[in-house]
Design a protein around this ligand. Structure first.
Ligand code: SAH
Ligand code: SF4
Ligand code: F3S
Length: 468
């Protein structure tokens, strides 16, 4: 590796543009944060690297939600330690939730990490990277930049709407942080207190996205249906949805993740009345046992969850439900787990993510012994996934014979097929090689239910009878 020519690249205007490699771990919010980081770097003249070998800057946008997510990053950082020995001019950055959570450890034990930037502090990431690159490779290790803490949000920077992975779809942050007290969860520590963006700002951003070709947005918030409570009584998710519904070019509006406690009558009315709002709701139940829900401090019982779902289904029966579940929470008995299975059987979710409980240092639950053996967690995980699979397949079969409107996303993994999504967020594959359809809405008749997706045939554009 020619180190001197690497260092020369920083100052020589005739050399190639500096290159960055950015890997995202974690939730959709992290993915969107990564897009914002990319837009800053692109504006500063950076190009995307092919891999570690041609990168001048390697950034990891990290997640702390479970140990497994962190382990992947620790092991990647081990590899980067070696790379940095070979290439001292390389800038290595840890961004996101692990930067917030483990800043001291990283600074003390990982001198090859130059940049530690929490999820609220990357608004000027390009300047931070430039500062580090300009100093060259002769500085002492450990002289890097640390920017953590809450308040300075990436959203304070006007977003470059052109930088996004999909032409017709976009994520939009409506709030940051989380004020909920869930005992197991690290997110409030990494992302800080709730800060909602004003409705006018969000509408303005979505209009600019639509002007650039977007027709589907997914609004993001850890408790997205609590949106606005820090801005006064008149600011709610329902009102935001109504305001966005006025934008003519916007055909689909989705939002994640909802908390059962904030599923208000006003929001249910909006779901029932606004046809362009996507027909699914991510409403994590976490458990069906009242004892476990109480220990988790979720703030509702299984009965209250059921009641909320009944109210929703009475007004908007076409909305499908998605859930997250944690198995093996401390003290979870066989009876508790049976109650979780019962809730899942009863509600019949369209989709679920099941997680084995992972203690997070610093959370309330971490003070309680993690007493459910891993083998038991694994078995409960398997059972819950099996029940969900049965429901997913059964529901998929109900779509066979129906015509669905698909927003085409692009080629499927199978050659000769395209992939898109229904308004319920279901994946549909169909035979076509016409990649110009990407970003268009096409009618597709569903022919077959696969495990996690549907197979269909494209109909003529003017086919009118779309419906489940
Ligand atoms: N704000 C969202 C998502 C939070 S993180 C919500 O409240 O639903 C996504 C999911 O990770 C959670 O819904 C939960 O099921 C899971 N999760 C969070 N902390 C966890 C932990 N310590 N161990 C296992 N799963 C966890
Ligand atoms: Fe975590 Fe609970 Fe907040 Fe979701 S609502 S991010 S689970 S603390
Ligand atoms: Fe992970 Fe942070 Fe998202 S902990 S789930 S990246 S909010």
């Amino acid at each position: 590796m020619d180190v001197s020519s690497d260092a020369a690249n920083i100052r020589d205007p005739m050399s190639r543009a500096p290159r960055y490699l950015l890997t995202s771990y974690g939730c959709q919010m992290n993915k969107l944060d990564s897009e914002l980081v990319e837009s800053r770097l692109t504006a500063a003249g950076y190009e995307r690297a092919e891999g570690e070998s041609d990168a001048d800057v390697v950034l990891l946008n990290t997640c702390s939600v479970r140990q497994h997510a962190e382990d992947r990053v620790w092991s990647r950082l081990g590899v980067l330690r070696q790379l940095k020995r070979e290439k001292p001019g390389l800038v290595v950055g840890v961004l996101g939730c692990m930067a917030e959570e483990h800043q001291r450890y990283i600074r003390a034990r990982m001198p090859h990490v130059d940049l530690v930037v929490g999820p609220s502090a990357f608004g000027d990431i390009d300047e931070k990277v430039e500062t580090l690159r300009a100093r060259g490779s002769d500085e002492e290790p450990g002289d890097g930049v640390v920017a953590v803490g809450h308040g300075v949000s990436g959203d304070t920077i006007r977003r470059d709407v052109r930088v996004r992975p999909h032409r017709s779809q976009a994520y939009v942050n409506v709030m940051r942080g989380c004020n909920m007290p869930c005992s197991y969860c690290i997110v409030p520590a990494t992302r800080g207190q709730e800060i909602s963006r004003p409705i006018a700002d969000i509408v303005e951003e979505v209009e600019r996205l639509c002007d650039d070709g977007v027709s589907e947005v997914t609004l993001l918030g850890q408790t997205v249906n609590a949106y606005g409570r820090d801005l006064g009584r008149d600011v709610t998710l329902a009102r935001l949805l109504r305001a966005l519904h006025e934008i003519p070019a916007l055909r689909r509006i989705a939002f994640i993740t909802s908390h059962p406690n904030f599923l208000s009558a006003e929001l249910i009315d909006a779901l029932a009345e606004l046809p362009r709002v996507s027909r699914y709701l991510h409403l994590p139940a976490q458990s069906g046992s009242n004892a476990v829900l109480k220990a988790m401090r979720r703030g509702y019982t299984a009965e209250r969850y059921r009641t909320r779902v009944e109210q929703l289904r009475a007004r908007a029966p076409d909305i499908e439900l998605h859930s997250d579940w944690i198995v093996g929470y401390p003290g979870e008995t066989d009876e508790d787990f049976a109650a979780t299975v019962a809730l899942m059987e009863e509600i019949r979710f369209a989709q679920s993510y099941v997680f084995k409980y992972s203690p997070r240092p610093g959370t309330l639950a971490a003070d309680v012994v993690d007493d459910v053996p891993d083998a038991v967690k694994a078995e409960r995980n398997r059972i819950l996934n099996e029940v969900q699979e049965r429901h997913t397949v059964a529901r998929n079969q109900e779509f066979v014979g129906c015509v669905q409107e698909i927003l085409v996303e692009g080629p499927s993994k199978v050659a000769g097929r395209l992939t898109g999504r229904t308004v319920h967020h279901r994946i549909v594959h169909f035979d076509s090689t016409d990649e110009r359809l990407a970003g268009r809405y096409v009618p597709v008749r569903i022919l077959e239910a696969l495990g996690h997706s549907l197979l269909g045939e494209q109909l003529a554009e003017d086919h009118a009878e779309v419906g489940a």
